[in-house]
Design a protein around this ligand. Sequence first.
Ligand SMILES: [Zn+2]
Length: 124
Amino acid sequence: MSFLTRLNLVRGIPCQDHCTFHRTLAKDSVAPINDIETHTGQKFDKDDYRLARFVDKEKQVNTEFAINLIEEVPPKACKERVVWCDGGSGPEGHPRVYINLDKPGNHSCNYCGLRFYKKDSHHH
Ligand SMILES: [Zn+2]
């Protein structure tokens, strides 16, 4: 069965007069689609035609959320008033940005979320 035929079957579009036969066939030959909910709670209704995107491939949803991953990296203590972050340089990095640490507490990089704070920030 061609991909287009299967796509139309999933969409419920009859291909020919004997579409009842094909619909029955489709239920057996098309693997059930594992529609995983995304972290923002997006999930198609089971009759949604957009599920046809996943007939031949599995739906890939990243279960690792950036906000959780960055939480695993402890804030970095720094002596300087101003630090820079480039996300670790190289292809995984980002343009260098400078971060002012004068105010107490953690300061996050706006690109990658790494956190910095000024050590020994007591005043003389
Ligand atoms: Zn960064």
